[in-house]
Ligand binder design. Sequence first.
Ligand code: TYD
Ligand code: MG
Length: 456
Amino acid sequence: MAKVQKNFVCANCGAVTTKWSGRCDGCGEWNTISEEKPLSASGPSKKTLGGMRGKEIPLSSLSAKEAPPPRTASGMDEFDRVLGGGLVPASAILVGGDPGIGKSTLLLQAAAKFAGAGLKVIYISGEEASAQVRMRAQRLGLAEASVQLGAETNLRDILTTLEAEQPDLVIIDSIQTMWADNVESAPGSVSQVRAAAHELVTFAKTRGVSVVLVGHVTKEGQLAGPRVVEHMVDTVLYFEGERGHQFRLLRAVKNRFGPAHEIGVFEMTGDGLSEVTNPSALFLSERDEPVPGSVVFAGIEGTRPVLVEFQALVAPSPHAQARRTVVGWDGSRLAMILAVLESRCGIPFAGLDVYLNVAGGMKVSEPAADLAVAAALLSAREDAALPKDCVVFGELSLSGGLRPVGQTENRLKEAKKLGFSSAIAPSHSKAGEKSGMALRQMSDLIGFVGEIFGAG
Ligand code: TYD
Ligand code: MG
């Protein structure tokens, strides 16, 4: 008899190894590796699949007409937008986020909205007792919503209930607390999370029920448990925000039924999350006078323009090794821009501490922010403020050239709406006809430095 191959799985990153060790080679975490039992006790069947007769599956051509999926809008616009225009029947959605960020609050509010839109909604809480969820609902003013509540972690009982109730939408809060009794490991372990997600997603697909799975994230900001859960579901949303700040972002990182990278903006208030329809106003700090080191970037998040403010501080360093501290932006991208400023424009930052911050706790990942960052750094270093009514955007190449970025027209429109009147952008930006903004186009960083801060 062939020797059964043992599998060991890291509970943090999901890496599979053939032998146990104290530290995972994949993610470097200690004490996260445990043995994983195969799903079926009998092991793989000896017969190869090719030897057995199956039945032929029907094939169709690509040209077959497919109507767009019918969607149910909750009426919570920020939530619907992130889903791609509403909830698609039989879809599986994963919502990840730090503990305490407001996932349960968001989903309870969404559940009530969907129930109001005519869906039969069941909310299963594995973390809180029904009474706790009811108390939250009362606080949110949702006590009258026709959402059915269950507090359970046993997956078998949950599936039996769902089978009997035939809901349109099920919310599972959270997938880490679910426990399948046919899998021999503790709730929250990789095999349990994977098995529970698999069962629930299969149930969603075969019964035409939409499921929303709530997932915790690790301290590195990734969904705890195996990444395979992300592959199993149709849509992955992250609910994020800074602890000290009121606002929360719901961000689509994967969506089979709509655009990815779409964001919805909410504000956490005393009675639940309220929608923020004009996020740009939220991320700009109130100021009357232009401040050195502060530059407004006209960005795009998903399909929606958002203005954010970059703040830089450059000061002589008391340390042998100067500090580079970034909040809300990519640290290695900052290093790249400092290098371009130094070698292409001859502006050294050696011996200077550099701090870069995105105001309001927003995180920016667009390369189009390069020019705004360079402008903020220069403005801080030279102690010279940019004009108050000016927004900046453009990608920087290593040669010091500026590259045009997409959606110039939308960026300009948003800036105009918020009272800005001029913009600095790369040459050849497709600005459209009537933006109402004075657009200054520049082809490289040296030109930009010369024009805005005076050569030298
Ligand atoms: P919760 O939805 O329980 O977070 P999660 O499910 O992601 O762990 O939200 C908890 C936090 O939200 C808690 O710190 C209190 C705050 N909160 C409010 O500020 N206002 C409210 O109306 C509610 C319900 C919660
Ligand atoms: Mg919760």
